[in-house]
Write a protein that binds this ligand. Structure first.
Ligand code: AVJ
Length: 317
């Protein structure tokens, strides 16, 4: 395995504490959704992807499988596949298997542990594929390692783009355009608007896995930052915000309470919530407005037969 190129700035735990205290000091308390994915959170997320109510993963995998050769052809030969967020790599394998002579694979993730796991797993299956993991926050401008070859093609699956605000999407697409360069393309998976009767259960499943995933954030703050959240005193909530076209996940305080984190007392009223995640459900024309002036243009779209999910290929302009 090649070395991990560490592009992250301050120590991870300092940043975590700073982000948590900042979020919990806002009038609407918030916690950044990127912190869901510690080891336990990643296991819970993998379980979510297999729930009967959670359609996005299997729908996207279906689209990728069905159109793999067309997508690979559109990407071209000699692709250096640059993946934003190193996940379970099922989707990565679909592309790698379809691509003609991929030049290499560059997973980018904030978690060095995931990067190593992903990179090592792929190394076993694709022994001749160069892998260049980058540890860092993909919202900031990163550089590619110097020794990479091939045409960089971005890959951002899973509708993770739905976790970002308009401003963040703008910043992210510009940063990606600058990392990937003038001859690049970008394959992005996004969840689409649909009935709340399908959306709500996908984020509030009968088995309670999504609730455990949401509450795991508080557990993580307890273990890593020495806080004392009583997990039984908070409840998972999934809300459909129609105007903003997004699912919001919250943790609702079931009683008035005070939680101490790093000598700071955080007060909660009964019924007050911590907003933990937005999961946007896109409308294609509106998304293309956002793409607008970021240096990308739409070149292809693939969808499932129910129009639940879209996989877009953008080209650098
Ligand atoms: C991985 C961010 C795309 O928003 O659907 C699943 C995370 N949250 N269930 C999503 C998630 C609750 C997921 N993303």
């Amino acid at each position: 395995m090649d070395d991990v190129y560490d592009a992250s700035a301050p120590a991870a735990s300092d940043r975590f504490l700073r982000d948590v205290l900042h979020g919990l000091s806002q009038p609407q308390k918030t916690l950044p959704s990127q912190y869901f994915y510690d080891e336990a959170g990643s296991v819970l997320f993998e379980q979510i992807t297999e729930l009967p109510e959670y359609y996005p993963t299997r729908t996207e995998v279906g689209i990728l499988n069905q159109h793999a050769s067309t997508i690979a052809e559109a990407m071209g030969p000699n692709t250096l596949l640059v993946e934003y967020g190193a996940g379970a790599s099922t989707k990565t394998r679909i592309l790698l298997d379809a691509l003609t002579d991929p030049a290499g694979y560059v997973p980018i993730d904030v978690s060095e542990d995931f990067l190593l796991q992903t990179a090592q797993g792929l190394k076993l299956e694709y022994p001749s594929l160069p892998v260049y993991p980058i540890a860092g926050d993909f919202m900031v401008e990163l550089g590619l390692p110097e020794d990479v070859a091939g045409t960089p093609i971005g890959f951002f699956p899973g509708s993770t783009i739905g976790n970002l605000s308009d401003e963040e999407i703008d910043k992210f697409l510009r940063a990606a355009r600058s990392l990937l360069g003038a001859s690049s393309k970008f394959l992005i998976g996004m969840d689409l608007r649909k009935s709340p009767s399908i959306l709500i259960p996908a984020y509030d499943d009968a088995a309670g896995v999504t609730a455990a995933f949401n509450l795991n954030l508080l557990k993580r703050i307890n273990t890593e930052l020495g806080a004392e959240f009583d997990l039984g005193a908070f409840a998972h909530k999934a809300i459909w915000n129609d105007e903003a076209s997004r699912i919001e996940m919250h943790l609702e305080s079931l009683k008035p309470q005070v939680v101490t984190i790093a000598h700071r007392d955080i007060h909660f009223d009964a019924g007050e919530t911590i907003h933990t995640e937005i999961s946007r459900k896109f409308d294609l024309p509106k998304f293309l407005d956002l793409v607008g002036t970021t240096g990308w243009t739409l070149s292809d779209t693939w969808m499932d037969e129910r129009d639940y999910f879209a996989v877009l290929l953008l080209s650098a302009t």
